[in-house]
Design a protein around this ligand. Sequence first.
Ligand SMILES: [Zn+2]
Length: 153
Amino acid sequence: MGKNKPTYEVMVKIGDEENMDEFMQAAVQEAKLGFEENGLPIGSVLVLDGKIVGRGRNQRNQKGSVILHAEMDAIENAGILLPEEYKRSVLYTTLSPCQMCSGTIVYLQISKVVIADNTTILGAENFLKSHGVILEYQENEECTELLRKFPLS
Ligand SMILES: [Zn+2]
């Protein structure tokens, strides 16, 4: 261990998949799958005790659904968890959660949300914060580029 060995923080580069949190990487994979299906390129995963329990992507074009946003799809695909399990869960999403998804996050008392992009669209982050939800950001160039290819509405 040399003195000049860079710290982890120094080594991590934005958009560097190798060093990206594996859970955000999974959410980005979902966004890419959505893009390949001609859907909105937004992905999400729900993580409980260090394991992915639900994966999802925006289903507007695929299922003709206006409510199955990536976050809702991931939560839906996780099935029914215990109230304590929701509280221990972390939701990863490639785009800042909208009012509906934020409402669901608060309703289920999910304690933490990790967001890749909030510049394309800023969701209801103040609402989440005001309800004590911890927000963390993991910027990801690839996912922001995917988002810019689609006019989101
Ligand atoms: Zn949403």
